[in-house]
Design a protein around this ligand. Structure first.
Ligand code: URA
Length: 245
């Protein structure tokens, strides 16, 4: 994506000086673009690609924070780049949106459903940290039909190799042919947590879909589709994670 703008506008946006004062800085030879002094006001620069210096100090613009909700299909890795060049969730976005974007938390290769992506590290950290107890709901198809006692174990905590899980909820939505469909609610996000919890109770997960995260759900988004969060949704996430009162 091109981020071309006039040099004096860039300097003003970067907090160096007012536009007028920036023009004077340019004319007086104090500005370098990619290592060369530029004295012509109005020179176009790429805000995120060119190296711009004032008196040999680099000036950068803060990138606009972006937040997307994706309905992840099967077969996409939740990572930014894969050394084996397998498809990643970033591949579902056009190239001009990919820069700086990363997934918030993780869904397994074969898990589908709601995944947030952002370039905002602070909120990503908070949304995935167990301290904030962000609610996540999953639909899990499992082999076998759990007893009431098994379901109680989700509340009590299940011992996994990395410790006990914190209180969660599980209800059976339907059961047929020896398989069951569960609605599972978690407030933390250990690696492969749903699959490991179910397996620990003796029920392998056959398929898994995340249907909500906090107050966000998939709405009408089809697999592979994404949308930007609305300003109201972003504000709500900020409040939920203590970034705003
Ligand atoms: N729990 C899992 O086991 N897998 C996921 O992808 C998400 C939660």
């Amino acid at each position: 994506m091109s981020n071309l703008m006039r040099l004096q506008k860039f300097l003003a946006a970067g907090g160096v000086a007012s536009r007028r004062a920036a023009e004077k800085l340019i004319e007086s030879g104090r500005i370098k673009v990619n290592g060369r002094v530029v004295k012509k006001t109005g020179t176009k620069v790429d805000a995120f690609r060119d190296k711009i210096e004032v008196d040999n100090c680099i000036v950068t613009l803060a990138e606009k924070k972006r937040y997307y909700l994706l309905n992840k299909p099967r077969g996409y890795l939740t990572t930014v780049k894969d050394p084996f060049r397998r498809p990643t969730v970033l591949d579902l976005f056009p190239e001009e949106l990919q820069k700086g974007l990363f997934p918030v938390g993780r869904l397994d290769l074969n898990t589908t459903g709601l995944l947030l992506l952002t370039n905002d590290g602070e909120i990503a950290f908070r949304l995935t940290h167990p301290r904030f107890k962000i609610k996540k709901k999953y639909l899990a198809k499992i082999k076998g039909i759990p007893t009431e006692r098994d379901l109680q174990m989700f509340k009590k905590g299940i011992l996994l190799e990395d410790g006990y899980t914190s209180p969660a909820e599980a209800v059976v939505l339907s059961a047929d042919n020896g398989n069951a469909q569960l609605l599972i609610t978690l407030y933390e996000g250990k690696k492969r947590q749903v699959k490991r919890m179910c397996k620990a109770l003796g029920y392998p997960v056959l398929s898994l879909k995340r249907i909500s995260l906090a107050f966000l759900n998939l709405g009408g988004l089809r697999q592979g589709e994404y949308r930007e969060l609305t300003p109201a949704e972003i504000e709500k996430l900020f409040v939920l994670t203590g970034l705003k009162k």
